[in-house]
Design a protein around this ligand. Structure first.
Ligand code: ZN
Length: 257
């Protein structure tokens, strides 16, 4: 066991209200390419042209053809990986309380996590722009584009598109959780995009320990993180959960499990 993992495990094992902040990096091992950064989807597709609410309002068919059909296919096939499963185990152990995710893939819920704040909404559901009805994306056929509700209204993914704002309730609850958690586990996000970027700062200022798992060092690594575990989220999360269990056994005896 390497030293930083042991340090992170000791920190988390003593916690009762950890908040996880996750991003694209946790879903890469599930086959979902990132949107931002090098090689990301936004290098190939102009988000202002195809992921903006105004673009969708003007020509929903074009947005489905260029972007959403591809997303529906990729996200429909994706399954949770060891990173998502590890967070579920931490919740089961009474350590993790809530996940705040920037992802729209619904994989935390698929892994079993119960309290998930989806900052950017979810592609798992489609919402009617006329009557507000929500449908499971798997049940929506794409024989005609854009897909429509039984009422005739145009369906849209239940995601936050460019030009839209994160619901105030989610934002306020996330800020409150960041200010009151005993540790924040940042997984697969460099946390450079607002408003998610501010959450580790709030947590740190409020006295929480910051544990980071990322494929490469990020701006958080030097200034904010108490422990940074650099590598693939799935592999590291698996090792971390095993180490936390070990620490708990040593501290409380095997009877706790
Ligand atoms: Zn409708």
């Amino acid at each position: 066991m390497t030293q930083p993992i042991q340090q992170a495990a000791v920190t988390l094992a003593a916690c009762r209200s950890v908040v996880a902040l996750t991003g694209a990096g946790i879903s890469v091992e599930s086959g979902i390419p990132p949107f931002r950064g090098k090689g990301g989807l936004w290098e190939k597709i102009d988000p202002i042209k195809y992921a903006h609410i105004d673009a969708y309002a003007q020509d929903p068919e074009a947005v489905w053809r260029v972007l959403f059909m591809k997303l529906k296919d990729v996200l429909g096939k994706a399954r949770p990986n060891a990173g998502h499963n590890g967070l579920y185990h931490l919740e089961q152990m009474g350590i993790l309380k809530t996940i705040i995710t920037q992802n729209i893939d619904g994989l935390h819920q698929q892994a079993g996590s119960r309290d998930v704040i989806e900052f950017h909404g979810t592609f798992a559901f489609q919402r009617c722009m006329s009557c507000g009805q929500k449908l499971d994306s798997k049940q929506v056929t794409l024989e005609t584009l854009p897909p429509r509700c039984a009422c005739g209204g145009v369906l849209r993914p239940d995601v936050i598109m460019f030009g839209e704002i994160i619901p105030m309730h989610d934002l306020q609850r996330s800020q409150m959780l960041a200010a009151t958690c005993d540790a924040m586990l940042v997984v697969g996000t460099s946390a450079t995009v607002q408003p998610a970027a501010y959450l580790p700062v709030i947590a740190k200022r409020s006295g929480a320990a910051i544990v980071e798992i990322n494929a490469e060092p990020t701006p958080l690594t030097v200034d904010i993180s108490d422990v940074a575990l650099i590598g693939k989220a799935g592999k590291i999360m698996g090792e971390l959960v095993a180490a936390v269990k070990q620490v708990r056994m040593e501290t409380h005896g095997a009877n706790d499990f």
